[in-house]
Design a protein around this ligand. Structure first.
Ligand SMILES: Nc1ncnc2c1ncn2[C@@H]1O[C@H](COP(=O)(O)OP(=O)(O)OP(=O)(O)O)[C@@H](O)[C@H]1O
Ligand SMILES: [Mg+2]
Length: 254
């Protein structure tokens, strides 16, 4: 069965970086991965060195247009599935889908249901589904995301950052999403958090999974637009992710 890991957090906290590093780890150690870019300002593909030709949002827009060019004998639903299939960008061991934003006005309620079913079926083909979310919880609240086994809340190493993580956690609770286990990850920080931050971590009320250090290799890759998939195993952030994933994958955590 497929395991879904989703990443959430404040803008710029490191969601896409964390999602990419997890995909990098799983790609090296485990089975096929479906990478889902659920940020309308899509950039997970850049981090992975993959480029989707179309987005789910574009297909949604077309679906709602009056002048749908559906061949005779094909139902609207079958047409949609065909089109959605074209959105999957396939590569070695990792496929990418980009949610994008729906084109044009209209009510997306009915299509969201179809979309959720489609995504649920699709992720069944992969051992892992990794979802990079936008800073707001829009996408999660539209519930186009299927069940989440593991939600990682990323925070900056500051009181403000941790308090935002706590607010997002409350929001997630309000949405009553089906989430197996939630963890807190502090990005750009050494393991040795100053006492006020340690106290704040406690207050967030999520299992603390660990920290990702500020990594100059990531800065360099970003500047050179190099995919994080090729980050060497010696990178400090890659080492931290390996340890975190080891903890997540412990049988009692899943
Ligand atoms: N541990 C790290 N070490 C060095 N640079 C990092 C680290 N984490 C993130 N960055 C850099 O910080 C910037 C923001 O990170 P990222 O894009 O992952 O954040 P985000 O939460 O996805 O942002 P957004 O809300 O805009 O989607 C990027 O340029 C990224 O390369
Ligand atoms: Mg991002």
């Amino acid at each position: 069965m497929s395991t879904t890991i989703a990443v959430a957090g404040k803008g710029g906290s490191g969601k896409t970086t964390l999602a990419s590093l997890i995909i990098r780890f799983l790609h090296r150690q485990q089975g096929p991965i479906l990478a889902v870019d659920a940020d309308p300002n899509s950039n997970l593909g850049i981090s992975l060195g993959l480029q989707a030709k179309r987005t789910i949002g574009q297909v949604q827009g077309e679906f709602l247009e009056e002048k749908l060019d559906i061949p005779p004998g094909l139902s609207k639903q079958a047409w949609l599935e065909l089109k959605l299939h074209e959105v999957v960008e396939e590569s070695e061991g990792i496929d990418l889908i980009v949610m994008g934003r729906p084109d044009g006005p209209g009510c997306y309620c009915s299509i969201n249901v179809l979309l959720r079913d489609y995504l649920e079926n699709l992720s069944g083909n992969y051992e892992w589904t990794v979802v990079d979310n936008e800073a707001g919880m829009e996408h999660l609240s539209r519930r186009t995301t299927q069940k989440i086994d593991i939600l990682l809340m990323v925070a900056e190493p500051s009181l403000k950052g941790l308090r935002t993580a706590a607010r997002l956690k409350a929001l997630v609770e309000e949405l009553k999403l089906s989430i197996g286990h939630q963890f807190l990850v502090v990005n750009r920080s050494s393991n040795d958090l100053p006492p006020p931050l340690k106290a704040e971590v406690e207050k967030v009320g999520l299992d603390f999974l660990g920290t990702i250090p500020q990594d100059e290799a990531i800065v360099q890759y970003d500047l050179e637009e190099k995919p994080l998939l090729s980050l060497p195993d010696t990178s400090a952030a890659a080492i931290a992710i390996k340890e975190m994933m080891g903890n997540i994958l412990k049988p009692n955590k899943m």
